[in-house]
Design a protein around this ligand. Structure first.
Ligand code: PEP
Ligand code: MN
Length: 289
């Protein structure tokens, strides 16, 4: 499938060679198993912030699958601000993700925080996530470049787009071309939302790089009631996919419950997203096809 064409003129930035759109004007489609990201179809990834238990994950996975997600998210190794917060279930969490994948058929994306975790994560996840706090963890970027899994590289919360593209270049320069970018909100003077979702970044990145660009409206806002609106805005602005936190019981979540959608809200959002996608000449990827 062709990459969804960039409708804006390619701006003349001096971007690193491998990520620059100049080196590949037609755009890149990254495949997570069979699912193409960066094509005409918008791909929805959803699931809990963290894997917490067998029941929490399998129930949530069942709901997001029924609601229209194509890929299941869930962190087993969690980067938490406080050392006393829930740190994730580690390998046990990865085992639960493997079982949820088997039950639903959804491929899995999960975060890798350390070079020593790349190999083990590669045995369980279909795509490795490098989180905002590790966007400039250069040894980790190099290790991700050495592995053959697709990499979901989130934007550093205080990173410029120049720094972000340079981080992505590390992975490509080390031999892995399968990189997806994810705008997840940046720090600004505004304190009423957790971060400020930088919608500008979507068309700007699409002009500057051939890599697919997805958006995380959950961390970008930090507030459940804002997530659907910003998810729709992201698709309208040209995002190739969305990463959305959903929990079967958000009020009981061990991590990021206040920004996690209830399963019913997620289903309604996906139905709305189909209309927005259609309005901008795209459609939502449907794994049931
Ligand atoms: C996450 O997706 O769970 C996460 C920790 O996100 P970020 O790295 O963007 O904060
Ligand atoms: Mn989270």
């Amino acid at each position: 499938m062709d990459a969804f064409s960039c409708t804006l003129p390619v701006a003349s930035f001096n971007d690193p060679e491998l990520v620059s759109r100049k080196s590949k004007p037609e755009g890149t489609v990254v495949r997570v198993n069979e699912i193409p990201i960066g094509g005409r179809e918008v791909v929805i990834m959803a699931g809990p912030c963290a894997v917490e238990s067998e029941e929490q994950l399998s129930e949530t996975a069942r709901h997001v699958s029924a609601g229209g997600a194509a890929i299941l998210r869930g962190g087993a190794f969690k980067p938490r601000t406080s050392p006393y917060s829930f740190q994730g279930l580690g390998i046990d969490g990865l085992e639960m993700l493997a079982r949820a994948k088997k039950e639903t058929g959804l491929p899995v994306v999960s975060e890798v925080m350390d070079t020593r975790q790349v190999e083990v994560l590669s045995g369980y996840a279909d795509m490795l996530q490098i989180g905002s706090r590790n966007m400039q963890n250069f040894p980790l970027l190099k290790e991700a470049g050495d592995c053959n899994k697709p990499i979901l590289l989130k934007r550093g919360m205080m990173a410029t787009l120049d720094e972000y593209l340079a981080a992505a270049e590390y992975i490509l320069a080390h031999g892995n071309p399968h990189v997806i970018l994810c705008e997840r909100g940046i720090r600004t003077f505004e304190t009423s939302t957790r971060y400020t979702l930088d919608l500008n970044a979507i068309p700007m990145l699409k002009q500057r790089t051939h890599l697919p660009v997805i958006v995380d409206p959950s961390h970008g806002t930090g507030i459940r009631t804002l997530v659907p609106t910003m998810a729709k805005a992201a698709v309208a602005a040209g995002a190739d996919g969305l990463l959305i936190e959903v929990h079967y019981r958000p009020e009981e979540a061990l991590c990021d419950g206040s920004q996690s959608l209830f399963p019913e809200e997620f289903g309604i959002l996906v139905a709305d997203l189909r209309k927005v996608a259609q309005a901008v000449g795209r459609s939502i990827y449907n794994s049931k096809n």
